[in-house]
Design a protein around this ligand. Structure first.
Ligand code: CIR
Length: 270
């Protein structure tokens, strides 16, 4: 499996609504609880942008028992051949993956499940050519090894890389913004994981812009980072800025808020 375009084009996305419990979500530094109404508005803008590309969006209800449930990306890895249910390393989030499994089963005939170690989706960057897996406080070597074993029969190669110290997830600091094209912070790019890729650096002081997504023709990025947005536009990206102040209080960005995929079989229900 080595088709960079596949990691940029999707017919489906899954999101989960933030509920009142989101105010209790995990955060590295406390800058105040997110405002639920604003979060809901931002989430709606995000979903509208996904839909604008012609994709179907499956909107799941909030999970009162899981304050971080809105960050669905951490529960699974969706690939063209099947889905892998992950094992979040944050104890309060471990149970979120089992909640996602039956939803994925509607779309993926083949589902594999991480049973050892820990892996969160925020640490996985599938580029179409390979899967970069960042070791972090949430993702360990045992989990990465298990992931590599599960996806090898589907033809995917997992390359273990380092998430910079103090950074939540590998993709907190990078994104795929086009086929073979990565947006990354200077601190992450300097550690050398992107040889062979075109790298666009976030502008100085705009490191929080690094968590974006390429979704069909659009690049969704958090609003408020004009110099990085200009760099992406110069590189040929059609940028859509999405307000993200509330998710950012919980260290969440564009990738965390959805699972993006094309079901491997035709005629899947939404
Ligand atoms: C957490 O700490 O797990 C959440 N507050 C944020 C998760 C962000 N997810 C992601 O980057 N994939």
């Amino acid at each position: 499996m080595a088709d960079p375009a596949l990691a940029c084009n999707f017919t489906h996305a899954i999101t989960r609504a933030p509920g009142p419990e989101v105010t209790g979500g995990l955060r590295a530094a406390d800058t105040g609880a997110p405002d639920l109404d604003a979060f809901l508005d931002h989430h709606a803008a995000y979903i509208a942008a996904l839909r604008e590309t012609g994709s179907q969006v499956v909107e799941l209800p909030a999970l009162p028992a899981f304050p971080d449930g809105v960050f669905v990306e951490d529960t699974a890895l969706c690939l063209p051949e099947g889905a892998v249910v992950l094992r979040p390393g944050a104890p309060s989030r471990l149970g979120e993956a089992a909640q996602m499994a039956p939803v994925l089963a509607r779309f993926f005939p083949e589902i594999r499940t991480i049973g050892n170690g820990f892996v969160e989706g925020g640490d996985l960057l599938w580029t179409g050519a390979e899967i970069l897996a960042g070791r972090s406080a949430r993702t360990d070597a045992a989990g990465i090894g298990e992931l590599a074993r599960l996806v090898a029969p589907w033809g995917h190669h997992v390359r273990e890389v380092e998430t910079p110290p103090g950074v939540l997830h590998f993709k907190t600091d990078c994104s795929l913004v086009g086929p073979g094209m990565v947006l990354a912070t200077e601190r992450l790019a300097a550690s050398g994981p992107f040889e062979g890729y075109q790298v666009i650096l976030t502008a100085e002081g705009e490191e929080a812009a690094a968590n974006a997504i390429r979704f069909n023709e659009l690049v969704l990025m958090p609003a408020g980072f004009p110099r990085t947005a200009a760099r992406l536009a110069e590189a040929g990206c059609e940028v859509r800025e999405i307000p993200n102040s509330e998710a950012a209080k919980l260290d969440g960005g564009m990738s965390c808020l959805s699972l993006r995929f094309t079901p491997p079989r035709e005629g899947c229900p939404v």
